[in-house]
Design a protein around this ligand. Structure first.
Ligand SMILES: C[S@@+](CC[C@H](N)C(=O)[O-])C[C@H]1O[C@@H](n2cnc3c(N)ncnc32)[C@H](O)[C@@H]1O
Length: 354
């Protein structure tokens, strides 16, 4: 059989290589197989109907995350949504998401329910500036992004690289000088859409240092979605700060979803550089104490984290930290090896007090 690589299939079908790998591992491409470390695909394979595209077409009135964010919970929504306690008879009317990141759960909830009060926070100041700008100033943001898109897309790769580096330097300058404005928000979105894998990573000095990605035709300005997001956020409290600051908002009428940086499965696999602040085991234990405090207040709580038992059956870190809570194991598709393109199913934890 004549076989091609995932990269060739991606070019042929005009989708990302990452998407081809997901389709392969979901068994959606007949005859696709792993040879050595990589997927190969029969040359005559047809591009599968993409369920994401069909879903997206049916949901144009729904706000969705406006950034790609490491640890995004899009693929766990089916599991997390089983916990939503916002039915008519229940008294839960408030929602708090203190580690909001890209907000996959936030937007899922805002699309499905009318919630009386919303509190979101993150320690990443540039991310929170983007949320606030979208809530308060979407039109100006959209016009800046449109300009950036019109300038960038016609360029060849070399010129795109120059433009990317110059925008990244500009972002770091505004960040360093503590500016919080529409320009910083536009640059945040531009970099997220054009950088390698939508990653947000900073060095020790706090400078964003991700290289440019290889997207052919990235959508830098999704005006429709930004306006939908803006509408959904109108009454939200959007806070830049530590997750513990949410304590004063949370009461017995609140559903709280906490998605902290995951505890690394191995010493070398640690991606926790969302900001210059690290989230080590002591921080994980502090969070478990905070959850107990919220539990005592009567809030409904769900926490997600990695499952140490993927790599060490004996590791009972979370069983010990959350001894009073329920722990459920769910399966997620993740990159399982940084050096290959392999994705696989691994177990993750959903910890809840109900
Ligand atoms: C796993 S991500 C959240 C992903 C999010 N659920 C999504 O769907 O995109 C963790 C987030 O916690 C933020 N963070 C890290 N330490 C924090 C702290 N002490 N307080 C609040 N947020 C923090 C990071 O900036 C990051 O955005």
């Amino acid at each position: 059989m004549d076989l091609i690589s995932a990269k060739e299939a991606a070019l042929q079908w005009d989708i990302s290589q990452r998407r081809v790998l997901v389709l392969c591992s979901e068994g959606r491409i007949p005859g696709a197989q792993i040879v050595g470390n990589s997927w190969v695909i029969p040359r005559r394979s047809k591009k599968p109907n993409d369920a994401r595209t069909i879903k997206a077409r049916n949901k144009t009135n729904e706000a969705k995350p406006f950034l790609k964010w490491a640890g995004g919970k899009g693929q766990l929504l089916n599991e997390i949504s089983k916990y939503y306690p916002f039915t008519k008879k229940k008294h839960i009317k408030k929602y708090a998401e203190p580690f909001v990141g890209g907000g996959a759960v936030l937007f899922d909830i805002l699309n499905k329910y009318d919630v009386d009060e919303v509190y979101i926070s993150d320690i990443n100041a540039e991310l929170i500036n983007t949320y606030i700008t979208i809530r308060d100033n979407p039109e100006e943001l959209i016009s800046l992004l449109k300009c950036m898109e019109n300038e960038y897309l016609p360029l060849d790769t070399l010129k795109r690289k120059e433009a990317y580096i110059s925008k990244r330097a500009c972002f770091n300058e505004l960040k360093r000088d503590g500016f919080k404005n529409v320009e910083l928000a536009a640059l945040m979105i531009f970099l997220n859409k054009t950088c390698f894998n939508g990653l947000y990573r900073v060095n020790r000095k706090g400078e964003y240092n991700v290289p440019m990605g290889a997207y052919k035709n990235p959508q830098i300005c999704n005006a429709n979605n930004l306006l939908l997001v803006s509408k959904k956020l109108q009454n939200a409290n959007i806070v830049c700060g530590d997750y513990k600051d949410s304590a004063s908002f949370i009461d017995d009428r609140t559903f709280v979803y906490l998605d902290p940086p995951y505890r690394p499965l191995t010493k070398t696999a640690s991606f926790t550089s969302y900001t210059e602040h690290l989230f080590d085991d002591d921080k994980q234990l502090e969070l478990a104490n905070f959850v107990q405090l919220l539990d005592n207040k009567g809030a409904k709580i769900v926490v997600s984290n990695s499952d140490p038992k993927n790599t060490n059956e004996e590791d009972n870190f979370f069983e010990n930290a959350y001894a009073n809570q329920n722990i459920k194991r769910v399966s997620a598709m993740r990159m399982i090896n940084r050096n290959s393109n392999k994705r696989g199913r691994i177990s993750e934890l959903l910890i809840s007090n109900f």
